[in-house]
Design a protein around this ligand. Structure first.
Ligand SMILES: *Cc1c(COP(=O)(O)O)cnc(C)c1O
Length: 399
C-alpha cells in the first residue's frame, strides 16, 4: 500500500494534505483499499460521492454514453445535454432557469462573478469572513482564508469581507457609492470553514437589500446543494432564492461538471464569445448528471438526507454530552461538523486504521459529508466508530 503512495509523490508536488490510504473500489457508502480492507466513507469523496460511490444509475448512464459520444462542443446541439437541462430545470429554484456549464466549482464561481459584473456594471463584491469559493484568481479573491491568498496577491480589487455580526451595516456597505458593490457572494452554510450556519435572519436581510437595490446575490451551493442539507437547496432552509447559484462537486456522480444557474436576464446580457469552456456540457458529464438527478428525485435522497442527518446529528450530540473533548456539533442533513477542543489529525489517522474515512475543516473540526444514500445501519456504525475514535483520543490526551 505505502509503495504506490510513495511513488506518486515525485510527480504531483506537495499541494494536498494526504492520508495513508490507497483506495481502489467504491460502492454506496463504502470504499475498499488495495488489500481489500473496507472503510465507511464519511468523507464522501469531499462531497462528490453525493449519490454514493458507483451509483448504479450513474454507472449505467456512463457505460451507455461512452459508447456513443464523449465529446460534443456547445457550438453544436446534443440531445443528451438537452435532456439533462430539462431534468435539471425541474429541480432549480423557481426563478433560476438558465445555466452555464462548467467543469468544476471554481469555474462555476468565475462564471458567476463575470456574469454579475457585466449585468450590474459594478466591480465591487461583498463576501463573507470564512467563505470558501475556490482557488483560481477570481474565486480566490472572494475566499477568505489568508493561508490560501497570501502568496498570490494582488487579487481582484474592490472585494470587501464582512462577518455575520455586521448584518446591521450591510445596507450601508452595499449602497455606499464608493464601494460600487454589484455582487454579494455567500455559501448558505459554510463548508470548508467548519459547517458554519448563518444567523437566522441573515440571508433574508441580504436578499431584501440586494432586491431593493438591484444587486446580484450569488449562492455558492457547490457543497450544500442537491439535497446535501436535507432540502434540495440549502437556501430553502431560510426561504431565500439567489439570482445566481453555483454548483459542482456531486452533480455528475464524480464526472467533472459544474453549473452556474441564474435568472434568464442575467445570462441573456452576455454576448457570443464573452465566456466559454471547451468541455462545457459534454455528453458524458450530462448523461452522468441526468442519472444523478434521477437518483436524487426518484430514490428519495433529499428526504433520506434529512432523516439520516437527524439520526446522525442526534448521535453526535449524545457523544458531545459524554466526551469533553467535543466542543460543538452542528449542521443540517448530511453536512455535519464536530468541533473538537484539539487538532483532529490523530483522529483522522486512527479512523483509517479502524475503517472509517473522515474529513477535517481547519485543524480542529471533523467534517462529515457522507453519501445521501446512507442507511440507518451505516449511520449507527459510523457513530459507533466515531465514538471509539474519540475514546482513543481521550486516552491519548489524558491517559
Ligand atoms: C469545493 C468548493 C468549491 C471549489 O470547487 P472546486 O471544484 O474544488 O474548484 C467552491 N465553493 C465551495 C462551497 C466548495 O465546497
Amino acid at each position: 500500500m505505502m509503495q504506490s503512495l510513495e511513488t506518486e509523490e515525485p510527480y504531483v508536488g506537495n499541494l494536498y494534505q494526504r492520508f495513508p490510504v490507497n483506495i481502489v473500489k467504491g460502492k454506496g457508502c463504502k470504499v475498499w483499499d488495495t488489500k481489500g480492507k473496507e472503510y465507511l466513507d464519511c468523507m464522501g469523496g469531499y462531497g462528490v460521492a453525493l449519490v454514493g460511490h458507483c451509483n448504479d444509475r450513474v454507472v449505467k448512464a456512463i457505460t451507455e454514453q461512452v459508447q456513443n459520444l464523449i465529446t460534443c462542443h456547445m457550438s453544436v446541439y446534443n440531445e443528451v445535454r438537452l435532456s439533462f437541462l430539462k431534468k435539471f430545470n425541474n429541480i432549480t429554484p423557481k426563478t433560476l432557469h438558465k445555466s452555464f456549464f462548467t467543469n468544476s466549482g471554481t469555474e462555476s464561481v468565475e462564471a458567476a462573478l463575470k456574469f454579475s459584473r457585466k449585468f450590474t456594471g459594478k466591480n465591487g463584491i461583498l463576501a463573507l469572513n470564512g467563505g470558501y469559493h475556490g482557488k483560481t484568481f477570481g474565486s480566490l479573491s472572494v475566499t477568505y482564508n489568508e493561508k490560501y491568498r497570501k502568496s498570490f496577491l494582488p487579487l481582484l480589487q474592490d472585494v470587501k469581507f464582512i462577518s455575520y455580526s455586521e448584518v446591521e451595516s450591510i445596507f450601508e456597505i452595499i449602497t455606499k457609492p464608493e464601494n460600487n458593490i454589484g455582487t454579494v457572494i455567500i455559501e448558505p452554510i459554510q463548508g470548508e470553514t467548519g459547517i458554519i450556519m448563518p444567523p437566522p435572519d441573515f440571508l433574508k436581510s441580504v436578499r431584501d437589500i440586494c432586491t431593493s437595490n438591484g444587486r446580484i446575490l450569488i449562492f455558492d451551493e457547490i457543497q450544500s446543494g442537491l439535497g446535501r442539507t436535507g432540502k434540495m437547496w440549502a437556501g430553502q432552509h431560510w426561504n431565500v432564492e439567489p439570482d445566481i447559484m453555483c454548483l459542482a462537486k456531486g452533480i455528475a456522480g464524480g464526472v467533472p461538471m459544474g453549473l452556474t444557474v441564474m435568472r434568464a436576464e442575467v445570462l441573456d446580457c452576455l454576448k457570443v464569445g464573452e465566456h466559454s469552456s471547451t468541455f462545457a456540457g459534454n455528453p458524458l458529464a450530462c448523461a452522468a448528471g441526468t442519472a444523478v438527478i434521477e437518483a436524487i428525485t426518484e430514490d428519495g435522497l433529499v428526504l433520506n438526507s434529512e432523516k439520516m442527518g437527524k439520526i446522525f446529528k442526534k448521535g453526535l450530540l449524545e457523544l458531545k454530552e459524554k466526551y469533553k473533548i467535543i466542543r460543538d456539533v452542528r449542521g443540517l442533513g448530511m453536512m455535519l461538523g464536530v468541533e473538537m477542543r484539539f487538532d483532529v489529525k490523530d483522529i483522522l489517522l486512527d479512523g483509517i486504521q479502524n475503517g472509517i474515512l473522515l474529513l477535517y475543516s481547519g485543524r480542529n473540526i471533523l467534517r462529515l459529508l457522507p453519501p445521501l444514500v446512507m442507511n440507518e445501519e451505516e449511520v449507527n456504525e459510523s457513530l459507533r466508530l466515531i465514538e471509539f475514535l474519540i475514546q482513543n483520543e481521550e486516552k491519548r490526551r489524558f491517559g
